[in-house]
Design a protein around this ligand. Structure first.
Ligand code: BES
Ligand code: ZN
Ligand code: ZN
Length: 495
């Protein structure tokens, strides 16, 4: 889809539909030549200007063959990033229902120029994400409507800042879509090697330093936990480390993504129902790669390292088994009581690796537990960690990015549930309750005292089972890309 800024009268553009946001005071901000007609239509449709409302104004008479799509923006004072996302993703869907190819989104309802840049980025991001559906494996191409082809963003006056804002929106959307696609694509295509190749491609394009370790090299590093998970599969593992450095940067942030390209559960095999969704057990890795893609485009004054221990969890004659004891890279031993609690094993070694790189701020993203989905549902990720400030900072950016998070306590007392009789720690809890927290505590066991660490359990929101705002049913959501990107950019500004 093509997006560009537009500063002339929308009625002279070649767009089929003009999208106009209206607050609940029902003032049509930008004086259109159809003021009276609007008033009548607003009454006719009992339009209240709430978020979630919309209607088309058609048959505008001889003066134009265009249609107008009115979308509710809600209360002027309550308007926020999330409500705007809802309004504009709804608008995009309404346009798609009518097979519209060219539209203009008139943003002149916002009068404050400072906010205008943010609004432009957000609208561009939202409509690109809503408009992009995963079609890779659909073979019937002809005659299919494929969404909007061209969009104008109507502004008072085109400026350099606005152009930058538009470009930023495109970069963000592209990075989120990149992550989404990796999650949506099946595990017969997205193997550990595939993830490594994607990382190599990014590194080539953006000049990142990259290391990809194969099974032998991981063995030399002592990654016994990660390799235990990997060894049941015919698709060999890859340990991926990308390093982005800015010459002027002082701070360094480490991102770890869980990279299970398929999680069958291993010998502790999962039930058949819903197992297909476990192609998305690398959503943390996808988001981490998505962040790196955006970083490559934006080149912030910051050092960012990304680590993914990519493998597949499969049952076979060479699989690790319940009861096994494995030695992690940290030297700590782990008793495996359930081979389906594999993510934490791969993450334990990833955590040790990244700490050996002397990185002191670490955020991991992982589709780690079903328990977290039970606790918070499909729209919200759990956040845990050992640093109040880091968690607060992430919570703050979460409000702006739409990637919703909620903190769960790392209750130290629950450590008693993951004690092992014969090893240093056990990979599952003795009790059914609080599974997201005991998983978090397990990870914390591998985090050193002087390291700031936050863990995001994204099992719920990483994959969409229903349409939600800019996301589509049956696809990955790209959850975490915007959250971490915004966090990094805020840190850059503050430094
Ligand atoms: N990948 C799953 C967690 C998951 C569940 C992700 C639902 C996405 C949606 C993870 O490896 C897993 O299997 N966790 C187990 C842990 C249990 C065995 C302690 C779980 O949550 O049931
Ligand atoms: Zn599992
Ligand atoms: Zn898993």
């Amino acid at each position: 889809m093509k997006v560009e800024l537009y500063e002339r009268d929308p009625f002279v553009s070649d767009a089929e539909v003009i999208v106009l946001g209206v607050y609940d005071d029902l003032k049509v901000e930008w004086q259109m030549p159809f003021g009276d007609l609007f008033k009548r239509k607003i009454e006719q449709y009992e339009f209240k200007g709430k978020v979630g409302e919309s209607f088309f104004v058609t048959n505008l008479g001889e003066r134009t063959d265009k249609e107008i799509l009115i979308v509710g923006l809600g209360n002027r004072k309550d308007v926020n990033f999330n409500s705007l996302r809802s309004s504009f993703s709804l608008a995009t869907r309404k346009l798609q229902e009518k097979f519209v190819k060219k539209a203009i989104f008139d943003l002149r309802f916002e009068s404050e120029v400072q906010k205008m840049s943010e609004l432009i980025s957000l609208v561009v991001e939202t409509l690109l994400l809503t408009n992009t559906k995963f079609r890779k494996y659909k073979t019937k191409k002809e005659k299919q409507y494929e969404g909007l082809k061209e969009v104008y963003i109507g502004v008072e006056r085109i400026s350099k800042d606005f152009k930058k804002a538009l470009n930023f929106g495109i970069i963000v959307a592209d990075s989120v879509i990149f992550a989404r696609n990796l999650v949506t694509m099946p595990s017969n295509e997205v193997t550990p090697k595939y993830l490594a190749d994607e990382a190599l491609k990014l590194s080539k394009k953006y000049n990142f330093k990259i290391k990809v370790l194969n099974e032998k090299e991981c063995e030399k590093m002592g990654m016994g936990a990660f390799l235990a998970v990997a060894k049941g599969s015919n698709n060999p593992p890859r340990f991926i480390h990308i390093s982005y450095k800015h010459p002027k940067a002082k701070e360094r942030i480490g991102i770890i993504g869980k990279g299970l390209t398929f999680d069958s559960g291993g010998i502790s095999l999962k039930p058949a129902e819903g197992m297909g969704a476990m192609k998305g057990d690398m959503a943390g890795a996808a988001a981490a790669l998505g962040v790196m893609k955006a970083i490559g485009e934006i080149k912030p004054v910051m050092n960012v390292d990304m680590v993914v221990a990519a493998c597949e969890n499969m049952p076979s004659g060479s699989s690790y088994k319940p009861g096994d004891v494995v030695k992690s890279m940290s030297g700590k031993t782990i008793e495996v009581q359930n081979t389906d609690a594999e993510g934490r094993l791969t993450l334990a070694d990833a955590l040790t690796y990244i700490q050996k790189e002397n990185i002191k701020t670490i955020i991991d993203l992982a589709t780690l537990t079903g328990a977290c989905v039970v606790a918070l549902g499909t729209d919200i990720a759990g956040i845990m960690g050992n640093d109040k400030k880091l968690i607060e900072d992430l919570k703050k950016v979460s409000e702006e990015t739409g990637d919703k998070i909620w903190e769960l306590p790392l209750e130290e007392g629950y450590m008693r549930f993951i004690k092992s009789d014969i090893a240093d720690i056990c990979n599952i809890s003795k009790v059914r309750w609080g599974g997201a927290i005991t998983a978090g505590l397990f990870l914390k066991f591998f985090v050193e005292e002087n390291v700031r660490w936050a863990h995001l359990d994204i099992a719920g929101p990483s994959f969409r089972e229903d349409d939600l705002n800019e996301n589509h049913r049956g696809e990955g959501s790209g959850f975490g890309v915007r959250l971490l990107l915004k966090y990094i950019l805020k840190k850059e500004k503050a430094s």
